[in-house]
Design a protein around this ligand. Structure first.
Ligand code: IMP
Ligand code: MG
Length: 176
């Protein structure tokens, strides 16, 4: 694999995004919803850079099923806190086609939040299929399959402190 974003670049990119989020909401209480499982590392770093009154919850969305191709999306909101009348910020690892964020946002919208925005660590260039622009993006990246900092390939590599693009050889091997 080939390193795309170093630990240091990730840290400053996330800090810059946290600053934009802070500017947007000011001192208003915020409910952050992390999309499991890819958002966990970003979620942990981002929330510690925010100073408004904050509630943190999670929602599970799975479509990749450990592969690099899309499957059917399932959303499990059982773990989600009450979002009615709240300002909600959805946090995810990557905006690829946009289907995941779009569907999770639609689900949250049904629950009557005051507002709903989304923040992603990465946005892949030229892959968007949904007419929706993420409100906060830390990095735009080329169209390559990436892992690390929460992102997985067949459930492996989430623990890398950097983001790397997988090479064709990596994609053939079973990482776990
Ligand atoms: P979308 O619905 O096409 O936007 O895909 C979003 C989801 O697909 C993300 O939450 C990731 O779980 C997964 N995904 C998309 N691209 C990558 C990648 O390059 N590496 C790892 N996971 C990815
Ligand atoms: Mg994901």
């Amino acid at each position: 694999m080939r390193e795309l974003l170093s630990k240091e670049r990730l840290e400053s990119g996330v800090a810059a995004m946290a600053q934009q989020v802070s500017q947007c909401y000011g001192d208003r209480p915020l409910t952050i919803l992390g999309v499991l499982t890819g958002s966990i590392v970003l979620l942990a770093d981002l929330i510690r850079m925010l100073e408004m009154p904050l509630r943190v919850g999670v929602v599970q969305a799975s479509s990749y099923r450990g592969q690099t191709t899309r499957g059917r999306l399932t959303i499990n909101s059982d773990l989600m806190p009450d979002v009615h009348g709240r300002d909600v910020l959805l946090v995810d690892d990557i905006f690829d086609t946009g289907h995941t964020i779009n569907e999770v946002m639609a689900k949250v919208r049904q629950l009557g939040p005051t507002s709903i925005r989304c923040a992603v660590l990465l946005r892949k260039t030229g892959r968007q299929e949904i007419d929706l622009d993420p409100d906060f993006v830390a990095f735009d990246i080329p169209d390559e399959f990436v892992v690390g900092y929460g992102l997985d390939y067949r459930d492996a590599y989430r623990n890398l402190s950097f983001v790397a693009a997988l090479e064709p050889d990596d994609l053939e091997e079973d990482p776990a």
